[in-house]
Design a protein. Structure first.
Length: 285
């Protein structure tokens, strides 16, 4: 296990504390963890289902829709063709939606803190409009996931919306709002939680979870995700890590609140390939 990155732990903890748009477990939403997921391989079509009910028992949608960053974020979720290998078509309306979302998150304290930190490191443009352009390129610029394919993917689609490969594999989909909405439309089937070796089961207040689910006919044996956090919080964390490193895969161990996490960010050229948290432990253990 890599040593704790104290600088990033401090920064990300500050972001956590100032994430005023984050939803509160038990108040703004309730999750229903149910059983522990069985063993599964990527691409399995059928696995044991340890959860008869949805993961999200309820979410206060009024609150989601009343918060600008969530509302503009949700409008982006239907802009993508989930199959890799199928070229994405970006309409003028979608470009407007992308920009509205970036404007909304750039107005938050969380993203302002990320911008300040990156400025100190000389990794971001000082002018907000330039920084926004930088974010657009990292997250929304299309690229081909496989050599020679048509531009079929982007960082935002992969991390927040999810993709499928040949109908056999689920790629990405590390965002709780997308998970909740897909579950509500009966597109996702939550199969149970995944624990780490010799660890206790998670509880309903945990805001980082490892879960197993099926989506569009394939199974994701383990996917980890923040729960309840705002889109700007995830955007800030992943953007900072992406810009701090030139490596193809960056892993940093950080402590945020009671969670010890390994944050993973993979690059695809100048763009984000994928990004997600891996729960190492919580202080309640």
């Amino acid at each position: 296990r890599k040593a704790l990155n104290h600088e990033l732990s401090k920064l990300f903890s500050e972001m956590w504390d100032m994430d005023v748009n984050r939803l509160v477990p038990g108040k703004d939403y309730t999750i229903d963890l149910q059983g522990k997921a069985g063993a599964a391989q990527q691409g399995d079509s059928a696995v044991q289902d340890s959860a008869a009910r949805h993961l999200f028992h309820n979410v206060n949608e009024e609150r989601l829709k009343s918060i600008k960053t969530f509302a503009t974020f949700i409008s982006l979720l239907d802009n993508y063709e989930t199959s890799t290998g199928v070229a994405e078509v970006v309409t003028p309306e979608e470009i407007v939606e992308n920009n509205c979302f970036l404007d909304a998150i750039l107005a938050t304290e969380v993203m302002k803190l990320a911008h300040e930190y990156l400025l100190k490191k000389n990794l971001a443009k000082p002018n907000l409009a330039d920084f926004k352009y930088q974010l657009y390129d990292i997250w929304f610029q299309l690229y081909a996931r496989k050599e020679g394919d048509r531009p079929d993917s982007c960082g935002f689609e992969h991390v927040f919306v999810g993709e499928t490969r040949r109908g056999k594999q689920i790629l990405g989909l590390h965002n709780w709002v997308q998970f909740y909405l897909q579950e509500k439309h009966n597109q996702i089937d939550y199969k149970g939680y995944v624990t780490r070796k010799n660890k206790t089961r998670p509880d309903k207040d945990d805001q980082v979870l490892s879960i197993q689910f099926s989506w569009k006919g394939s199974v994701k044996p383990i996917g980890s995700t923040f729960i309840g956090v705002s889109p700007e919080f995830e955007f800030a964390l992943y953007t900072v890590m992406f810009l701090l490193s030139e490596e193809r895969v960056t892993r940093e161990t950080v402590k945020i609140e009671e969670y010890e996490l390994q944050m993973v960010v993979c690059r695809h050229g100048h763009h984000i390939g994928t990004a997600y948290p891996v729960l190492l432990s919580t202080s309640s253990e």
